[in-house]
Design a protein around this ligand. Sequence first.
Ligand code: SF4
Ligand code: SF4
Length: 198
Amino acid sequence: MSKFLDPIAGFGVTFSTMFKKPNTEYYPEEKTPTAPRYHGRHQLNRHPDGLEKCIGCELCAWACPADAIYVEGADNTASERYSPGERYGRVYQINYLRCIGCGLCIEACPTRALTMTNEYEMADDNRADLIYDKDRLLAPLEPDMTAPPHPMAPGTTAEDYYRGTVTAASADTPAAEAEDDERQVEVSETIRKEEARW
Ligand code: SF4
Ligand code: SF4
């Protein structure tokens, strides 16, 4: 008896959906907006004057369960400054063949340099193009930003940037550069001493 009713039960689903309004999506002609917190393509953010927020610390790479992020940090110098403070992310790559969109990397980032956009159109026909480099991850420059490398705003420190007190780009700052030079020498000296200790 139950075997006899099985096809009827199966058709029950068909009949119940036959009279519902079709839910057809006309992608890619018509794009439906994602949920506001959808985990799409990552973005490396900038400070309001254009300097990069990434400090090359690699915490995002260590937090990633899929081993999808590769970071190489480097030292800022007086003549070539990409971020406030000592270090910046010289190489930054995300492998979207591996990424599972979990968002652990953005939770790990101490400077809010890394966030995720709602962009999901990342399909491609080859593996190499799905490894996104810094050039495709960096946020675009806003009209009042200056492209790095450039010095920090006059009279400011990295802490001012992290506290959000720097709000726009400014002209070159030779004084800050000199200050920066001194700081770089101090940092190198400390590193040398640390290395000698080990
Ligand atoms: S979203 Fe998850 S899987 Fe993708 S890069 Fe970040 S931590 Fe790795
Ligand atoms: S994105 Fe954030 S966590 Fe990753 S290297 Fe840059 S500063 Fe560190």
